[in-house]
Design a binder for this molecule. Sequence first.
Ligand SMILES: *Cc1c(COP(=O)(O)O)cnc(C)c1O
Length: 429
Amino acid sequence: MHSFSYVDGTLRCEGVELNEIANRFGTPAYVYSAATIRGNYQRLDTALAPLDHLVCYAVKANSNLAVLNLLAKLDSGFDIVSGGELFRVLKAGGRADRCTFAGVGKTREEIAFALKEGVYSFNVESEGELARINDVAGSLGMKAPIAIRVNPDVDAKTHKFISTGKSKNKFGIGIDRAAEVYQVAANLPHLKIRGVQTHIGSQILESGPFAEAAAKLAALVQDLKKSYDIEFFDFGGGIGIVYDDALSSGSPAWWDGQGSSRRITPEDYAAAIIPVLKPLGLRILFEPGRFLVGNAGALLSTVQYVKQTPAKTFTIIDAAMNDLIRPALYEGWHEIVPLRQSSADKIAMDVVGPVCESGDFFAQDRPLPPLQPDDRIAVLSSGAYGFVMSSNYNSRPLLPEILVDGDKMHLARERQSMDDLVRGESIPQ
Ligand SMILES: *Cc1c(COP(=O)(O)O)cnc(C)c1O
């Protein structure tokens, strides 16, 4: 679901006019809808109700404290990939004993921090990591709870940069070696085998790959249960969302798969996997990131120039690839709409940022209503892998993030100042 719609010709997020947010906090700026995040969480949680389950929000998708706090209040767990993310979760009121710690490169410091805070499970990606966690736990006089990330060699049918479950990817332990690596773990004195984990990729729009991975893993888990005290199976994240033109094509139910777009709903997802996972009789963890927050965000921006060349119309805006890198990195497609609704005939244009890279675009040859300097636009569905992947490239300050809840807006992160840009730097005397 999402909560961006035109009311009387102006675009709103829930009860707040986006123009009002732009007037108050300037552009570019990120806006998030609390109702969308809550709605998505509750809908997925309800779809998974037949399972003894825990939703562990993948923090890397959007790690603003206000977003994490909102999810913590819904009793969400968290999937973290660094010590920094654990720090954020704790700051936001989340519980360490509802955290799973993923990632192929955990450092000793991160492992020690997570052990002391009492994370629910380390999701381990290699034998080297098993040995290191055992070592750190031993030196602290603790036992580390672990699950091994098993790579089922399934094609998630998604962009190659966000596919993780094929045997050629760097993630996890191949399913054919899983039994052997569990034996290695069982022989390490400072580890406690607690579960099994998998994650096949991101932005997956069909239930087929999920069903295939669930079936492959369920067979393995049944086997492992005979030898070890397995308490949970963690099925990872990856549920895809719709990025297509919804608002502009006037199909309000697009995000429910009722429009022209292909879309996996939480109910489709649940139906594909519950029959396979329920008989395991275990606690099942899920790690959705994008699904919970992707459609909840918009990037507000102001048109600076309209540049006409013999080949194209370039609409140059004040946001850039350093603020939202998905188009440049994954050929990500985002719907772009003016804050003031327009019925003018659309013209094809490239919407680009000011950064000195040809990859700095938000849309190419996109039919949009004609835009003028100072017009404001929203780049929709940018709540996941948006702000979190931003940088100071071109010495551009990081953007503010505003959380809308009903008719209230909260500045969840201030815009960086020029001083912030050089903080910590110095010139040798
Ligand atoms: C990135 C990631 C997720 C979340 O993926 P989404 O596509 O955002 O749902 C979950 N689990 C792991 C291990 C990840 O790396």
